[in-house]
Design a protein around this ligand. Sequence first.
Ligand code: FES
Length: 108
Amino acid sequence: MKSVAPVTRLFVCTAQKDEVGKDVIKALKTELKKQGLKKLLSGGEKRKVRVQTCNCLDLCKQCKKGSGAALIVYPEGTVYGNVRPKDAADIVHEHLGEGRVIERLQIT
Ligand code: FES
């Protein structure tokens, strides 16, 4: 039987009027390539990283009041708010690469 590689998913809301979430997704994908982290080594196991669009994450305050998007890291459950494209490098490097939650963006 074929084993399925575990996956870390970044769900990004794209329901803002200015669709900043789509720009966040592009920036995250660019950073994953640039930093060579499309596959992670986490806790001794290899994990793929997927960046996925979401219509709404029920965190609308984070999308409609600020100038960024809501983002959930799955399956661990970290929630970031008001994420802008310029935050992509930190999310990839610090969160995915080094396993450190970015406090300035974290909402839960
Ligand atoms: S509109 Fe982005 S979480 Fe609802």
